[in-house]
Write a protein that binds this ligand. Structure first.
Ligand code: ADP
Ligand code: ZN
Length: 730
């Protein structure tokens, strides 16, 4: 009998008989099964001798898809842990752990369609072809450029979406050919030879020595200001492990996997990393995944979901920018890749290194309790000095289009000294609100409890929560008077900077300006070369980038987090400010950071300026201990959404009643209440918060509650989820 995980939202495994004849498929291999009316790909979790399913109902698998397991024992253990800890159906966890092609039942080494140029094509007269059939010539040229075995069809589709049309005639003429090939294997030797790094300073040497004490499990938090040389410390330890023939897995934030980082790893270690991120084609992803699994890649670098990648011979896990929120998946399987990295390292008995300039309070508390080792790099490497932070009081120096006079003066003087300037505003669009100047009407989203953002470039009003968009109003829909944009986003700031500094090159970088493929890299490249003199942008600019000429950072609207309702507001705001401030003065130039605030007397600022992130974190930890918020308690959030508010709340009422009957003092249940944005994309949303001082108590009740919720008659009307260790409460 086989216990099989199937990708359905039910917290159970399914029993099947093995196919008649042949070997029993080992745990971790895929099988094809009939599930209700459909055929599904399942993964064998274990073998069993008996089943609760009556013998005459028990079905046979339709077939075995693998002759070797795609997930090993260790990966299955991680999958089980994830399913138990996040109270999420195991079939969906297994699905999340597999690349899309394997999930769909494709072979581990799929045969892929490849297109290449024939001998006839090599001699073709491209110029005359270009006059008659430019599309055909374009395709031929692309394939000639690729050389050798040509290009995989998927890759071609990426480059030339309609290539198949042009290809038809070329196939007929025998100019190009189609070959079915086993998809290419990963080649680690593509990288240039390793080059040595700088010699480490004393703090770095101490950190490396601590990391080298043992090859067994240990969790290390490297807290080092931006530019303190954390990456050099990882690199030393990575080198040791790789020289032992073992593999290193590096997890980076979603937008932290920059070509810059990859180039640096490649150059320093002299080996090609296998990359796993969202911009890959399915076939590329499978190829990198396979290289990690077989051990062909000793260095594996990826975003969140890479934590599930099988590794033949793992020796070290690194989580860069540990504080980054993209490590937590916010939908479906709501897991934290950072937390799973620690669990996985423990299972494997290997070290795990977390690095950041702004550690989360959870990690700091682990260090204080002695669970993790805290390593500090307090100074910038290579002699760069930390930036000086100054506040601009926007009550005394009011802003126009987001810009105060003192900030404008500082920009001017940095530009004149040949410095580069970064202006940070975490709000895209032209203005967050469109208001009527006569009646006060505000443009709102018809599907959400939120205002529409003015996007001037496209003359649109857009909802940033559900994607709703309509043409920009020219007059008030209520009274016909003039409307005007209120407040500022990055577009407006860009305009203001252009008109204030004519002739200077201003570049805006946010998710609107970089939707075109490659636009982001192009803009960042320009920025790094120092061509863009003024950069305006959101969060996107604050992470991991190194702009050598940058000497001034201006933070335009810093007050959003000062009075936030989430208990993490202060922590988040300090992280975001310190991260963006860290972009200033990374090399020999002294950096300056100017922060515009309407509340310069707020204690947050004096703490940040005098004590830095460290003091903010210490104060916040003391406060959390008093108020009993994480990391001093454990949370889980049950969310529901429905077309009718009563359904959303009713589902959670039932959950609360069931919890009340079950749990004692160990658990506090708060709610249900409306979610902070009660209506979103046409659905009403509600939430129920569970708080426990003891993790076990929380998990014990969730384990019983989950199947109940799955069976609840009201569950059909709602979308619901359990979020363990939520990072977004409000
Ligand atoms: P972090 O990862 O903490 O931001 P990096 O490792 O990227 O810091 O180092 C920042 C810069 O300082 C890089 O250009 C790096 O090459 C340089 N650097 C790091 N360590 C040293 C050192 N010991 N001596 C000289 N330069 C160093
Ligand atoms: Zn909306």
């Amino acid at each position: 009998m086989l216990r099989v995980a199937i990708n359905v939202p039910l917290s159970r495994e399914f029993d099947y008989l093995p196919p008649a004849g042949g070997d029993l498929p080992v745990p971790g291999s895929r099988v094809l099964v009939q599930f209700g009316p459909r055929r599904q790909v399942g993964v064998v979790l274990s073998h069993a001798t008996s089943s609760d399913v009556p013998a005459d109902k028990l079905r046979r698998c339709l077939g075995v898809l693998d002759d070797e397991p795609v997930l090993g024992d260790e990966e299955l253990r991680l999958v089980r842990f994830t399913s138990d800890y996040y109270h999420h159906p195991i079939g969906e966890v297994v699905a999340a752990a597999l690349p899309a092609l394997l999930r769909q039942g494709k072979a581990l080494y799929p045969i892929v369609e490849t297109v290449s140029v024939t001998d006839i094509g090599e001699d073709a007269d491209i110029e005359s072809l270009a006059r008659r059939a430019p599309k055909q010539a374009g395709l031929l040229e692309t394939l000639l450029d690729a050389g050798g075995t040509g290009l995989e069809a998927d890759a071609l589709t990426e480059m030339l979406p309609n290539w198949r049309r042009a290809a038809r005639a070329l196939f007929d003429k025998g100019v190009i050919q189609r070959v079915e090939l086993r998809s290419a294997d990963f080649d680690e030797t593509l990288a240039p030879e390793a080059t040595p790094g700088p010699s480490l300073n004393e703090d770095q040497q101490l950190a490396v020595a601590s990391l080298r004490r043992s090859d067994a499990f240990g969790a290390f938090l490297i807290e080092g200001v931006t530019g303190s040389g954390k990456t050099e410390v990882y690199l030393q330890r990575m080198q040791d492990i790789i020289e032992q023939g073992k593999q290193v897995l590096v997890l980076v934030p979603e937008i932290g996997l920059t070509p810059q980082l990859v180039a640096r790893l490649r150059k320093r270690l002299g080996i090609e990393p296998a990359l796993l991120h969202s911009a890959l084609t399915d076939i590329e992803r499978l190829s990198a995944w396979r290289a990690a699994r077989s051990g062909a890649a000793r260095l594996v670098v990826g975003t969140r979901s890479a934590i599930f990648t099988p590794l033949a011979n793992p020796g070290l896990i690194i989580v860069d920018e540990e504080h980054d929120q993209s490590f937590k998946q916010q939908e479906g399987l709501r897991y934290s890749a950072r937390d799973l990295a620690i669990v996985r390292a423990k299972h494997l008995d290997i070290p795990v290194v977390l690095g950041t300039a702004t550690p989360t309070l959870e990690m700091l508390q682990h260090c204080r309790e002695g669970n993790y080792e805290h390593l500090r790099l307090p100074a910038r490497a290579g002699g760069a000095r930390p930036p000086a932070i100054r506040l601009i009081d926007t009550v005394r120096s009011p802003v126009t289009d987001g810009l105060s006079e003192p900030l404008a003066v500082a920009i001017d003087s940095h530009l004149k000294a040949d410095g580069q300037v970064l202006i940070f505003l975490n709000r895209r669009g032209f203005a967050p609100t469109l208001i009527c100047s006569a009646c006060g009407y505000v443009a709102e989203c018809p599907r959400c409890d939120s205002r529409l953002t003015v996007h001037a470039r496209e003359s649109q009003l857009r909802c940033h929560h559900c994607g709703y968009a309509r043409p920009l109003d020219t007059s008030c829909g209520e009274c016909g008077a003039d409307v005007k944009p209120l407040g500022e986003g990055t577009e407006r700031l860009e305009d203001a900077l252009r008109s204030r500094f004519p002739g200077r090159k201003v570049t805006r970088i946010d998710s609107d300006s970089t939707t075109r493929k490659g636009a982001m890299h192009a803009a960042l490249d320009q920025a790094k070369q120092g061509e863009a003199e003024i950069l305006v942008g959101t969060q996107m600019l604050s992470k991991g980038h190194h702009f050598p000429k940058l000497s001034l950072v201006g933070i335009v609207n810093a007050d959003q987090g000062l009075f936030g309702t989430d208990f993490r507001s202060a922590e988040r705001m300090a992280q975001s400010i310190v991260q963006v401030a860290g972009r200033a003065g990374r090399e020999t130039r002294a950096g300056e950071v100017l922060i515009q605030t309407g509340f310069p007397e707020h204690p947050f600022w004096s703490t940040l300026i005098a004590g830095g992130y460290e003091q903010i974190a210490l104060d916040a930890l003391a406060e959390r201990e008093q108020t009993r918020w994480p990391p001093f308690t454990r949370l889980a959030l049950i969310r529901s959404a429905a077309h009718r508010r009563d359904d959303a709340l009713g589902f959670l009422d039932a959950a609360r009643d069931s919890l009340a009957a079950r749990c004692g003092d160990a658990l506090r249940v708060l709610g249900p209440v409306d979610a902070p944005m009660a209506r979103r994309a046409g659905r009403y949303r509600a939430q129920l918060l569970l708080q426990a001082s003891d993790r076990r108590a929380l998990h014990a009740v969730l384990r019983e509650l989950r199947p109940e919720l799955e069976q609840a008659p009201t569950a059909r009307k709602v979308r619901w989820s359990i979020d363990v260790d939520p990072i977004e409460l409000f």
